[in-house]
Design a binder for this molecule. Structure first.
Ligand code: NAD
Length: 302
């Protein structure tokens, strides 16, 4: 049965892959996005797009459409911006979420999937964080994601929050959260040296956006998934190793520029045993395959 799904932030990086995956299986995605970061060109032309600011625009008309479910991807995603302007981050990531959530509740939406952030919610993870690890957000963005999870769980609607690790893949902007692979890809395509901050031994859990989209579809379908679930790979990779992998895959002789360290988390990695344990999801792409694909798509765009 075809289902009508509202994807907020659907013109952005992850949201547009969710839209693609929903269409591929015969569902009917609709998109709400203010296009502050998202782009119309990320979407197939026949996907309904409602250009609205979820934190300010009236949403009643939108929720007159009988949606079966909502995937809430829309967010302010820049950690530095959340530090510079926490009130703005709260307006979008808390007030905006609450407005969408209340619209969904009032219109009888059956299922709500909230896209949270493992990297931001857990903070430093000396060992891969499980869903029971004490959250230690280190910036307003992380605090607001954590608050969002609690707000979603408190409402009388079937819901789940997905804590994503560092997502990479085609259509990622290089100024977004965790965009290091897309920054490297852009610089390789432009023949520029790769810039690494500090010793480059900071580690991240890089997960391909197609694997994230399939986890989101599973969470959409499975009402027994409630509370918080990690989505990543469980494997930490240093920025030095990512750079080496991407240089090798590009076949370029690229220089690496070393810059002073920024105050960033040393190690962020998610334990994905809970999601894997469903027997219905596992990351399918290795980082080597994923970055090779990313470089090919960047070369295609240029
Ligand atoms: N990319 C990652 O590595 C990563 C990791 C963890 C969590 N996340 C989360 O995944 C979700 C999607 O992130 P993304 O990487 O695709 O970023 P993105 O910036 O590409 O997508 C966010 C979308 O939300 C839209 N938006 C922003 N403010 C809005 C508003 N007020 N009203 C309506 N739309 C608005 C933007 O235009 C954009 O299209 C976000 O919730 C983000 O916090 C991303």
């Amino acid at each position: 049965m075809t289902r009508r799904i509202l994807v907020t932030g659907g013109a952005g990086f992850i949201g547009s892959h969710v839209v693609e995956a929903l269409r591929a299986r015969g569902d009917e995605p609709h998109v709400m996005d203010d296009l502050s970061k998202g782009q119309v060109s990320n979407l197939p032309v026949d996907v309904p797009l409602y250009v609205l600011d979820m934190a300010a625009s009236p949403l009643e008309r939108l929720f007159e459409i009988p949606f079966d479910a909502v995937v809430h991807c829309a967010a302010q995603t820049n950690v530095m911006r959340s530090l510079a302007d926490p009130a703005l981050d709260r307006r979008i990531n808390v007030t905006g979420l609450v407005r969408v959530l209340h619209g969904a509740l009032a219109s009888g939406v059956r299922r709500f999937v909230f896209i949270s952030s493992g990297g931001a919610v857990y903070g430093e993870t000396p060992v891969p964080a499980t869903e029971t690890t004490q959250p230690r957000p280190e910036n307003p963005y992380g605090c607001h994601k954590l608050e969002g999870e609690a707000l979603v769980a408190a409402e009388p609607i079937s819901s789940v929050s997905l804590r994503l690790s560092n997502v990479y893949g085609p259509r990622q902007r290089s100024d977004a959260e965790g965009g290091v692979a897309s920054i490297f890809s852009d610089r390789l395509a432009a023949g520029l040296p790769l810039r690494i901050y500090g010793d480059g031994e900071q580690q991240r859990d890089f997960v391909h956006v197609a694997d994230v989209a399939s986890a989101i579809l599973l969470a959409l379908d499975d009402d027994s998934m409630t509370g918080v679930w990690n989505v990543g790979t469980g494997t930490p990779t240093s920025v030095n190793d990512l750079a080496a992998l991407m240089i090798e895959a590009s076949g370029e002789h690229t220089l690496i520029e070393r810059l002073p360290a920024r105050g960033e988390i040393r190690r962020s990695c998610l334990d994905i045993a809970k999601l894997r344990g469903t027997g219905r999801w596992a990351p399918e792409r290795t980082l080597r395959q994923g970055v090779a694909e990313l470089l090919r798509s960047a070369a295609h765009v240029l």
